[in-house]
Design a protein around this ligand. Structure first.
Ligand SMILES: Cc1cc2nc3c(=O)[nH]c(=O)nc-3n(C[C@H](O)[C@H](O)[C@H](O)COP(=O)(O)O)c2cc1C
Length: 182
């Protein structure tokens, strides 16, 4: 059994989530290819037993590469087990979580009605200050303030990813793929 995990990541958060999912697959004896779509766009889904597509969210949008992957391969994806996930700042905010599912998962799937993912993952985000220029830093600070964060320490990354949730999601996904294969 072999899985493909492809991702589009602006500042590395989705990449680390994808790596964590890959490691869970590996623990279950599933071989995998892990592909950063910003570096390699030509990887095709055909021939894999599971394909997972992940994206970071920036200014309300998926990365272009991940979105294009869904668009370019929707037919092939629809014929094999597939799952999608995002890393989003709003996903970790209880008051914004439901809307972020609507905006970043449901809205994307609405554009690809033939896709029926086994599972969708909505994971919190990472704010890695050293990756931002001055303008982006100000923007992220105001984004965090709008979410009710008052004391923002920019001397170290702010990580809102729930690794237990991510690991549990990957484990459940593995179980449903295994069940489907029996
Ligand atoms: C410039 C910028 C804009 C962002 N806009 C949004 C947004 O519109 N909605 C959201 O939920 N999170 C937003 N975020 C938070 C990111 O989704 C979060 O940092 C995520 O972990 C990024 O994943 P990536 O590094 O894999 O791209 C933004 C972050 C940055 C730096």
């Amino acid at each position: 059994m072999k899985a493909l995990i492809v991702f589009g990541s602006n500042t590395g958060s989705t990449k680390e989530i994808a790596e964590t999912i890959a490691s869970k697959l590996s623990d279950s004896g599933i071989m995998f290819d892990l592909v950063d779509l910003k570096k390699e766009k030509s990887i095709r889904p055909e021939g894999y037993d599971l394909v997972i597509v992940g994206s970071g969210i920036k200014m309300g949008k998926w990365t272009t590469e991940a979105l294009n992957y869904l668009k370019d391969h929707e037919e092939s994806l629809s014929l094999l087990p597939h799952a999608i996930f995002v890393s989003s700042g709003f996903a970790s905010e209880p008051s914004r979580r439901e809307q972020s599912k609507v905006d970043y998962i449901d809205a994307v799937l609405d554009k690809h009605p033939i896709l029926k993912p086994l599972s969708t993952g909505l994971f919190g985000g990472l704010y890695d200050w050293k990756r931002y220029n001055f303008v982006i830093k100000r923007l992220v600070i105001s984004l965090l303030k709008s979410m009710g964060h008052t004391e923002i320490d920019t001397s170290k990354p702010l990580d809102f990813r729930d690794w237990d949730m991510i690991n549990a999601w990957a484990e459940e996904l593995v179980s449903s793929v295994m069940e489907g294969n029996q």
